[in-house]
Design a binder for this molecule. Structure first.
Ligand SMILES: Nc1ncnc2c1ncn2[C@@H]1O[C@H](COP(=O)(O)OP(=O)(O)OP(=O)(O)O)[C@@H](O)[C@H]1O
Ligand SMILES: [Mg+2]
Length: 452
């Protein structure tokens, strides 16, 4: 009979679970605090421990660490009312098998499934390397917001990926947080004090990209006026983040594949082999598998890159996170724009929750940025929210007329934002996503004037 210890300071809960597990046929022992739980773990050597997080004597995450020190093969399921990103990531990194949230009442079926899977896992006993947990501060800078069950699965995956140097592929729609996830994988794991070097594979022609990746030696092509180190070298033993990997030419794909296989590379025009030690994380908003089928992406490279895969969901599939994200972004944007927006009417929140967010979290963030710029006082009003599809529904296109040139549209749009921001150049640039130099050029080209 498999042995389970349940640790929880809530006596009623402890009793309910213990009875339930005994009925399922497990040999169950309850413990009403962390200390007693650990004594029992040493004495009984259980197959599985189910542990609460918030307890008066020892925190559950600590208990988890001790258990893993005693015997790594003991499975641990954390059960908690605290369902934030950090505890989920830490628990997963430290080898917790699962992380279940106690809502008003407990989902026993979910618990049952998790128990049998974890026991199965124990049998297979394939363990992840465990990692230190003193990275809370850094994580705060790159924080992923969300409590929906699908985003919690993403936290677990990040925890697993960051516990080793496994090659990771992040696939998701535009704006779903792929780069953010890459940074969190990097900074919550063993690579955290090492360089994180991003490289966007769309932004440049093949020869330039090759030299960006591997570096070049002086004189290897016309513009190579001195030796240059590539991103692989700069990353050292840290992380190289290859963004928009689907855009890489077939030719370069072959070269990248070789580097991943041989763990060494040459600079463009160079002859010495340089060891490749970086961990590779790549991202794409395309379905790479489909590109493989169409012959546009090498299958062997795809398998190399996707050893571990993380797929952030579109925002419309986790609408329950929208409210949290809105609060988070409002706080962040207030700081950036020196504003003090604090209130958002239910009606407006509803609008935000209902929208389809084709541009996902980035679109939500930009929409809020505009709204906060446009808002007066500390409330975001309905009029301040400019949603892409709503603009069309309101019939704005009717006003414009069909024979307007792109230049004219641009002129009208810039003029209206300048007026709305009262000719605040910086905020206009933030909204339009252009530089100050560009806005001044446009103002001149279109002969725009401020009416005082
Ligand atoms: N879950 C989240 N919590 C908080 N911020 C998020 C979350 N997801 C994304 N963001 C923020 O949204 C913006 C877009 O995220 P990011 O650049 O990582 O997306 P992406 O998937 O790489 O997009 P693209 O495909 O367009 O490159 C960033 O400012 C990021 O910090
Ligand atoms: Mg990106």
């Amino acid at each position: 009979m498999e042995k389970i210890i349940v640790i929880d300071d809530n006596k009623t809960f402890l009793e309910t679970i213990s009875t339930y597990l005994s009925e399922l046929g497990y040999e169950t022992t309850p413990a009403d605090c962390g200390k007693k739980g650990l004594e029992l773990v040493k004495k009984i050597n259980p197959d599985l421990v189910i542990c609460d997080i918030t307890m008066p004597d020892i925190n559950g995450l600590e208990v988890l660490k001790y258990i893993k020190e005693i015997d790594e093969l003991i499975q641990v399921i954390m059960m908690t009312a605290v369902d934030d990103m950090n505890s989920t990531i830490i628990a997963t990194q430290n080898g917790a098998y699962d992380y279940l949230v106690k809502a008003d009442d407990l989902d026993l079926n979910r618990l049952k499934i998790s128990i049998s899977r974890s026991l199965e896992n124990r049998k297979m006993s394939k363990r992840l390397e465990s990692v230190t947990t003193d990275n809370l501060k850094e994580l705060e800078n790159n924080i992923i917001i969300g409590k929906s069950s699908i985003i919690r699965e993403i936290y677990k995956k990040i925890g697993q990926a960051s516990a080793s140097r496994v090659t990771v592929l992040i696939q998701g729609e535009s704006g779903t947080g792929k780069e953010l996830i890459a940074k969190v994988v990097h900074s919550s794991g063993i690579t955290k004090n090492l360089p994180f070097i991003p490289l966007n594979c769309t932004a440049m022609p093949e020869t330039l990209l090759e030299s960006e990746l591997f570096g070049h030696v002086k004189g290897s092509f016309t513009d190579a006026i001195k030796d240059k180190r590539g991103k692989f070298e700069l990353a050292g033993e840290g992380t190289i983040f290859l963004d928009e990997i689907s855009e890489m030419s077939i030719n370069l794909q072959a070269k990248l594949l070789r580097v991943l296989q041989e763990h060494e590379f040459e600079k463009v025009g160079g002859e010495t082999l340089i060891p490749m030690k970086a961990r590779v994380i790549s991202a794409t908003n395309c379905d790479l598998q489909k590109l493989v089928e169409k012959g546009k992406f090498r299958e062997d490279l795809f398998y190399r890159l996707s050893v571990f895969s993380i797929t952030p969901p579109p925002l419309r599939d986790r609408r329950e996170d929208i409210e949290l994200l809105v609060k988070h972004f409002i706080e962040k944007i207030n700081v950036t724009l020196h504003k003090t927006v604090r209130k958002i009417p239910d009606e407006v929140m509803m609008m935000l929750k209902m929208h389809d967010w084709k541009g996902n979290v980035r679109e939500l963030e930009n929409t809020l940025m505009q709204a906060i710029v446009l808002s007066k006082g500390d409330v975001i009003e309905k009029e301040n929210i400019l949603l892409r599809q709503n603009e069309v529904q309101r019939g704005d296109e009717g006003k414009i007329g069909s024979n307007v040139t792109i230049e004219e549209l641009e002129r009208m749009h810039i003029k209206s934002i300048l007026e709305k921001t009262n000719w605040d150049i910086k905020t206009t640039c933030d909204i339009l996503g252009i530089s100050k130099a560009t806005i001044y050029r446009k103002i001149e080209t279109y002969n725009l004037k401020q009416h005082k």
